[in-house]
Design a protein around this ligand. Structure first.
Ligand code: XUL
Ligand code: CO
Length: 437
C-alpha cells in the first residue's frame, strides 16, 4: 500500500502554475551553466527529520500524523518506514538521502543485536535504492541521543563512551559503503562543554582528532572512498561545541593533519548561530578548498536557536548558489534538506509542500546566480575595487618585492593615502535586486 496514495510524482509546471504540488522553477533536466539542475543541486532528503521528526518540543509531545507508523519501535516498522521514505523521495524527485544509523533501525539490547537490526533494515534500503535509483549522499552515526553519550562521544570524559562510539562509527562506515554512500559526516553531537571548570579541553580535542583518524584509517582499510565531512555548529546541545564554525573546524583539521581527508558540510542555521551568514561560511571554506556539502535550511533570527526551517528566501538561495558556482559546484556533496516541518504542520502532505518550496527556491536562486555571473557586472565591480593591486606598488607587494623598509621609503616619497573607490554597498544591493526582483 502506498503511503501517499493521493500524491503523484511532482511535475514541473512552470512559473504560472498555482498547483501547490508542482514545481514552478525546478526542472530537473533544465541546463544552467552547462549542467542539468538535478546535477547542480543533488537534492537530498534527511531521514531524521522527514521520517523520525515527531514534532515534540520541550513544552509538549509529538503532533505528527504518520499513518504508516506502527505503535512500537520495532525492526518490522523500521523496514516499512524505509519503503515509505523511498516512495517520498521518488515522488518528490530528490535523487539522494542522508541518514544516521539510529534513524533507520532501533537499538537492540546489546551492540551485537543493534548491529543485526541495522543490517536487516539496510538490506531493505539497498533493495529500495536499487529499485528506484535513489542514492545515498552521506551516512553518519548518532553519537548524541543515547544516555551513554551524556558527556559526549569522542570527547567524553569516559573512555568507554569513546570506545562505544568507535564501534558505532566502524559499523556506520561499513553500512555507508555497502549503500554506495558518497560521503560520511562528523557533526559534533555532544562534543563540546557546558563548563570549563570540569573540562580538559586539550585532552578532549586530542581525543576527537584520534577518533577521526581512526575513521579515516578504517575507511581506507575497507575501501570506502567517499568524502568525509566535518559539520560546524557553535552551540546546541552544549553551550560551546568544538566544531564551532568553518574557521575553527579548518584549524582543527590542519592542526591534526586531517586536512587532506576531511572537508566541511556547511549548514545555514549553524552559520547564523555562530554569528555568521551561510555565505560567509561557504566562502571561507571554499577559498581554502574545504567546501564539500551543504545542509540546506534556514533559521529564525528572532528565535535564535536551531529551528531547521525549510529555505524559501530567494536571496538566501541566490547567495548560496553564487558561492557554490564560484567554487565549481558539488562533486561528492549536495544540498541536503536538514530541515523539518513545524509542529503545527502535522499532515503528511506538509512534507511535500516543505521540500517543494525548498527545491523551487533553490532553482530560482540558481537561475538568478547564473545570470549575475553571466552578465559579470558584480564581478567587474569587485575586481575594479582592487585595481590598485593590479599595477604599481600593489602588484609589487603581491609579487613579494617589498618589505617594511621599502614601503616606508615609498610612503615618505608619496606623502599620504588618497581614499579612492566608494564601497557602493547601496548600489550593489540595487544591482542584485535588479536580478532578483
Ligand atoms: C544537528 C545537525 C545534524 C547533522 C548530522 O544540528 O545538523 O543533523 O547534520 O548529524
Ligand atoms: Co546538519
Amino acid at each position: 500500500m502506498a503511503a501517499f496514495p493521493d500524491i503523484q510524482k511532482i511535475q514541473y509546471e512552470g512559473p504560472q502554475s498555482k498547483n501547490p504540488l508542482a514545481f514552478r522553477h525546478y526542472k530537473a533536466d533544465e541546463v544552467v551553466e552547462g549542467k542539468a539542475m538535478r546535477d547542480h543541486f543533488r537534492f537530498s532528503v534527511a531521514y531524521w527529520h522527514t521520517m523520525r521528526g515527531t514534532g515534540a518540543d520541550p513544552f509538549g509531545p509529538g503532533t505528527m500524523l504518520r499513518p504508516w507508523e506502527g505503535a512500537e519501535d520495532t525492526v518490522a516498522n523500521a523496514m516499512n518506514r524505509v519503503r515509505v521514505f523511498i516512495e517520498f523521495c521518488e515522488k518528490l524527485g530528490a535523487g539522494f538521502f542522508c541518514f544516521h544509523d539510529r534513524d533507520v533501525a532501533p537499538e537492540g539490547s546489546s551492540l551485537a543485536e543493534t548491529n543485526t537490526n541495522l543490517d536487516t533494515v539496510v538490506r531493505v534500503i539497498r533493495e529500495e535504492m536499487d529499485r528506484t535509483g535513489v542514492k545515498l549522499l552521506w551516512g553518519t552515526a548518532n553519537l548524541f541521543s543515547n544516555p551513554r553519550y551524556v558527556h559526549g562521544a569522542a570527547t567524553s570524559s569516559n573512555a568507554d563512551a569513546f570506545a562505544y562510539a568507535a564501534a558505532q562509527v566502524k559499523k556506520a562506515l561499513e553500512v555507508t559503503k555497502e549503500l554506495g554512500g558518497q560521503g560520511y559526516v562528523f557533526w559534533g553531537g555532544r562534543e563540546g562543554y557546558q563548563t570549563l571548570w570540569n573540562t580538559d579541553m586539550k585532552r578532549e580535542l586530542d581525543h576527537l582528532a584520534r577518533f577521526m583518524r581512526m575513521a579515516v584509517d578504517y575507511a581506507k582499510e575497507i575501501g570506502f572512498t567517499g568524502q568525509f565531512y566535518f559539520e560546524p555548529k557553535p552551540k546546541e546541545p552544549t553551550k560551546h561545541q568544538y566544531d564551532f564554525d568553518a574557521a575553527a573546524c579548518i584549524n582543527f583539521l590542519r592542526a591534526h593533519g586531517l586536512e587532506k581527508h576531511i572537508k566541511l558540510n556547511i549548514e545555514t542555521n549553524h552559520a547564523t548561530l555562530a554569528g555568521h551568514t551561510v555565505e560567509h561560511e561557504l566562502e571561507y571554506a571554499g577559498m581554502q578548498g574545504f567546501l564539500g556539502s551543504v545542509d540546506a535550511n534556514a533559521g529564525d533570527l528572532l528565535l535564535g536557536w536551531d529551528t531547521d526551517e525549510f529555505p524559501t528566501d530567494v536571496y538566501l538561495t541566490t547567495k548560496i548558489m553564487l558561492t557554490i558556482l564560484k567554487y565549481g559546484g558539488f562533486t561528492t556533496g549536495g544540498l541536503n534538506f536538514d530541515a523539518k516541518v513545524r509542529r503545527e504542520s502535522f499532515e503528511p502532505v506538509d512534507l511535500f509542500y516543505a521540500h517543494i518550496g525548498g527545491m523551487d527556491a533553490f532553482a530560482k536562486g540558481l537561475k538568478i546566480a547564473a545570470q549575475i555571473r553571466a552578465e559579470r557586472e558584480l564581478a567587474k565591480m569587485v575586481r575594479d575595487r582592487y585595481s590598485t593591486w593590479d599595477s604599481g606598488v600593489g602588484a609589487e607587494i603581491e609579487g613579494g618585492k617589498h618589505d617594511l623598509k621599502s614601503l616606508e621609503k615609498y610612503m615618505l616619497g608619496k606623502g599620504d593615502v588618497t581614499p579612492t573607490g566608494s564601497g557602493r554597498k547601496e548600489l550593489l544591493e540595487n544591482l542584485v535586486n535588479r536580478y532578483v526582483l
